[in-house]
Design a protein around this ligand. Structure first.
Ligand SMILES: [Zn+2]
Length: 138
């Protein structure tokens, strides 16, 4: 575990293993997700891995009708928008993710502050496994 660098590549590898990992500054305890090698608060370079529990609440969201091509491939369109949100984890960090299990045709029913839990969406891409972070209501 110590050998994993604090960057996006490691972050994605952990997502493939269904682990949501951030980095914590050993000097000032600041937490970063995705992980950063250098603390933006104190410029410390001593980081350690921290696994997030994966529960949090919705702090902002938007329903997107015209998404990138891979979202269109998954069947999202004007009639079936997808929801992208910002989730504040119990650990106190915020992360961007897809919000699933909500009715995007009734955005008024999607509430800021609703409790969510993490799920991992695996996609095969040219023999590569890619994993996307998503959240769904508890
Ligand atoms: Zn720091």
């Amino acid at each position: 575990m110590e050998e994993m660098r604090f960057n996006d590549i490691s972050y994605k590898q952990f997502l493939n293993e269904e682990k949501l990992m951030g980095s914590r500054c050993k000097q000032c305890d600041a937490l970063f997700l995705p992980p950063r090698p250098i603390c933006i608060k104190c410029h410390g370079t001593e980081m350690e891995w921290v696994e997030m529990e994966g529960s949090g609440e919705l702090t902002a969201f938007t329903c997107i009708a015209i998404g990138p091509p891979f979202m269109i491939e998954e069947g999202y369109n004007r009639k079936k928008p997808y929801c992208s949100g910002v989730v504040e984890l119990k650990e106190g960090v915020r992360v961007d993710a897809r919000i699933e299990g909500v009715d995007t045709n009734k955005p008024e029913d999607i509430k800021v502050g609703m409790p969510l839990s993490a799920k991992f969406l695996h996609r095969e891409e040219k023999e590569d496994l890619r994993t996307f972070l998503a959240f769904e209501p508890l």
